[in-house]
Design a protein around this ligand. Structure first.
Ligand code: ADP
Length: 568
C-alpha cells in the first residue's frame, strides 16, 4: 500500500466559480454542453444563479443588458466552436453598444487545435473573438484563473465598457491545484471603474462655449443612462434651462413628459441649435454623423465621453470633455454659477414650444383615429396608456416600424428602463434582453416586438416560462417583414421574401410551455390583455393583429436600401 499524504485539493471548475463569486458576480446566463456542463451545475450548487437558454445569442444578449443595467459585467457561458460563435454575435453587439459583458466559452484541446489535427468542435476561438471584443484572454493554468477572471472583469467595465472574451480550455477545468494555493490565487478587483476627472481647462472651455450660445441643446445618449449620474444630469438640464433630446435608450433619464424635452421638435432643434452638448452619445449614423441636412445651421459641439478617440470621429469637436460622465457633469455644475451662463431666451424656446405643440397635436389625431384592423398608432396608444400606470416597467423594443413608432409614442419615466435595437439597429435582442432585464431587476418586462424581430429569439418563450419570469411579449403581427402584402412577381408557388404565414397565432406558442396567450384585434382587447398580463406577473404573449398594409419598408431607414438602377 502506498502511503498517501492527504492534500486538500480543488480544481479549475471550482476556481472559476470562486473567482466570479469573489468579485460579487452572482448570475450566469448560458447554455450547457461539452465541456462546461459541470461548470454550470457547480455554479448552481455553489449558490450562483444559472439561467439556461435555448440559443447562446440570447444568453449573450441577456448578459449584455444585465451589464448595462448594473455596471457589473454580465456573464455568458457557452460550449466551444458553434456555441461560442453564437455567443460571439452578442459579444460583438455588447462591444458596439458599450455594454460590459464577459463571454466565457469552453474550448477544445489546445495542442490538437493549434496543429489543426481535427478535434471535436475544433476552433481557434481566442483569435476569432479578438476583432469583436474589447479584450480577449485565454487561461491555461489553474493558478492563473484568479488573475484571468479579474483581468476580464476590469477590461469589461473600466473606461469605455465593452465585451470581453475568456477562453477556458477543457483541460484547464479538470486541472487540480492545492486548495490553499488556489485560495491565495484569487484576485478581488480594486476600484474596477475608477473615476476619470476631466481636465479643469477643458471644463472652462466648455463653459465658455455654452456662455456664448444663443440656441443651446443637450443631447443625452445611452452612455449618460449607463453612467448612473441621474441626479446631476437632471440638475444640469434644469439649472441651465437648455432644451434636451434623449436618444432612444436615454429616454426616461428625465421623464419624457418633462417641459424641457424637445423630442417632439427634434428636427427643428437639431437643425437650428448653435451649440450642442453631447453627453454619452456618439455622432454615428443614428445622428446622421453630425452633419448634412439634419444638422442644418453650422454648430459647435461640446462632447462628454470617456473615450478620447470618440472625439472628432465625424466632425470637429470644439470642446471635448474627456472623463466619466458623473465627474464631467459634476464639474460643469460646479462651474455654472461662476461662468455667468444665462438661461436660453424666448427667441429659442418660443419656436420650440410652438413646434412641439403642433407636432403633438398631429400625433394625437393619428393616435385617436379609429382603425380596424389596428395600425401601429392605435395599438401603441393602447399600450402607452396602460404603461403610464406602470412607470417602473422594463420595456424591450425591436422591429422596424414597431421600433420607430413605439420609440416616439410610448413615454419612459425612469432611467434605464428602455432596451432596444441600439447602435447597430439590429433585430434579435428581444427575448434575451427581456430575460436579462427580468432576472436583474426582479420587475415586470414588456417586450414590444415586430413579428419578424421576435422570430430571432422566439424559442426563449420556453426559458421565460421555465423560470416563471414576469415577461409580457406583444407581437405586432402584420404577416411579414415590414408588412405582409408583397407578392411573388413570377406568380410562382413560393411567397415573397418578406411574407410570413398569414394570420399566425403566436399566442399559441407560449401556451405550449404553460404561459398565457392572448389574441387582440382591437385597442380595447389589447388594453385588457396587457393590463391583465402585467397584473398577473406571469409569462404571457399577446398576438396583436395589425393591418398587414400598415408597415413601411425598413421603417424610417428606407433611404439605406440601395436602389437597383437596372429595373426591367
Ligand atoms: P446613443 O446610441 O444613445 O447615442 P452611444 O452608444 O452612441 O449612445 O454612445 C455612448 C457613449 O457613451 C460612448 O461613446 C461611450 O464611450 C460613452 N460612455 C459610456 N459610459 C460612459 C461613462 N461612464 N462616462 C463617459 N462616457 C461614457
Amino acid at each position: 500500500m502506498t502511503n498517501l499524504v492527504s492534500v486538500d485539493v480543488t480544481d479549475g471548475f471550482h476556481l472559476v466559480i470562486d473567482a466570479l463569486k469573489h468579485n460579487d458576480i452572482d448570475t450566469i446566463f448560458g447554455l450547457v454542453g461539452i465541456p462546461i456542463t459541470d461548470l454550470a451545475r457547480l455554479a448552481q450548487a455553489e449558490g450562483m444563479r444559472f439561467i439556461g437558454f435555448r440559443h447562446e445569442q440570447n444568453a449573450g444578449n441577456a448578459a449584455a443588458i444585465a451589464g448595462y443595467m448594473t455596471q457589473k459585467p454580465g456573464i455568458c457561458l457557452t460550449v466551444s466552436a458553434p456555441g461560442f460563435l453564437n455567443g460571439l454575435t452578442a459579444l460583438a453587439n455588447a462591444t458596439t453598444n458599450c455594454f460590459p459583458m464577459i463571454l466565457i466559452s469552453g474550448s477544445s484541446e489546445r495542442e490538437i487545435v493549434d496543429l489543426q489535427q481535427g478535434d471535436y468542435e475544433e476552433m481557434d476561438q481566442l483569435n476569432a473573438a479578438k476583432p469583436y471584443a474589447k479584450a480577449s484572454y485565454r487561461i491555461n493554468k489553474a493558478e492563473d484563473i484568479g488573475i484571468g477572471v479579474a483581468r476580464a472583469i476590469r477590461a469589461a467595465v473600466s473606461g469605455r465598457p465593452g465585451g470581453v472574451y475568456l477562453d477556458l480550455p477543457a483541460q484547464l477545468l479538470a486541472q487540480t491545484i492545492e486548495a490553499g494555493h488556489a485560495k491565495r490565487s484569487l484576485v478581488k478587483v480594486v476600484d474596477p471603474v475608477p473615476r476619470q476627472i476631466p481636465a479643469p481647462d477643458s471644463v472652462q472651455r466648455a463653459l465658455a462655449l455654452l456662455k456664448g450660445a444663443k440656441k443651446p441643446l443637450i443631447l443625452l445618449g445611452k452612455g449618460a443612462a449607463y453612467a448612473q449620474a441621474d441626479a446631476d444630469i437632471h440638475a444640469l438640464v434644469e439649472r441651465t434651462g437648455i432644451p434636451y433630446l434623449p436618444m432612444s435608450m436615454a429616454k426616461g433619464l428625465l421623464p419624457d413628459t418633462h417641459a424641457q424635452s424637445a423630442s417632439a421638435a427634434r428636427s427643428y432643434v437639431l437643425a437650428e441649435a448653435d451649440v450642442v452638448v453631447l453627453i454619452g452619445a456618439r455622432l454615428n449614423w443614428l445622428l446622421a454623423h453630425g452633419k448634412g441636412k439634419t444638422w442644418g445651421k453650422p454648430k459647435q459641439f461640446i462632447q462628454i465621453d470617456i473615450s478620447p478617440t470618440e472625439i472628432d470621429s465625424n466632425v470637429a469637436i470644439a470642446a471635448p470633455l474627456i472623463g466619466d460622465i458623473g465627474s464631467c457633469v459634476a464639474a460643469l455644475l460646479d462651474g455654472l454659477d461662476g461662468a455667468g451662463i444665462a438661461k436660453p431666451d424666448a427667441e429659442w424656446l418660443g419656436p420650440i414650444a410652438e413646434r412641439k405643440e403642433q407636432n403633438m397635436a398631429k400625433m394625437t389625431a393619428l393616435l385617436n383615429r379609429d382603425a380596424a384592423p389596428m395600425n401601429f398608432h392605435t395599438a401603441l396608444r393602447a399600450i402607452r396608456d396602460v404603461l403610464k400606470q406602470h412607470p417602473d416597467i422594463n420595456l424591450v423594443n425591436e422591429g422596424a416600424n414597431t421600433l420607430d413608432y413605439a420609440r416616439s409614442i410610448v413615454d419612459q419615466y425612469q432611467p434605464r428602463k428602455r432596451f432596444d435595437s441600439g447602435t447597430w439597429g439590429i433585430m434579435g435582442i428581444g427575448m434575451g434582453y427581456a430575460i436579462g432585464a427580468a432576472v436583474v431587476s426582479g420587475k415586470p418586462v414588456v417586450a414590444i416586438e415586430g413579428d419578424s424581430a421576435f422570430g430571432f429569439s422566439g424559442m426563449e418563450l420556453e426559458t421565460i416560462c421555465r423560470y416563471e419570469l414576469p415577461v409580457t411579449t406583444i407581437i405586432f403581427n402584420n404577416n411579414g417583414v415590414y408588412r405582409g402584402t408583397d407578392v411573388n412577381p413570377t406568380g410562382g408557388k413560393d411567397v415573397a421574401p418578406t411574407v410570413f404565414v398569414k394570420n399566425a397565432r403566436y399566442d399559441k406558442m407560449i401556451e405550449a410551455f404553460g404561459g398565457i396567450g392572448y389574441h387582440a384585434t382591437t385597442p380595447e382587447e389589447l388594453t385588457r390583455a396587457l393590463s391583465e398580463a402585467i397584473a398577473a406577473g406571469k409569462p404571457a404573449l399577446i398576438n396583436a393583429v395589425i393591418d398587414e398594409t400598415a408597415g413601411t419598408e425598413s421603417g424610417r431607414l428606407t433611404n439605406l436600401n440601395p436602389q437597383s438602377n437596372a429595373k426591367k
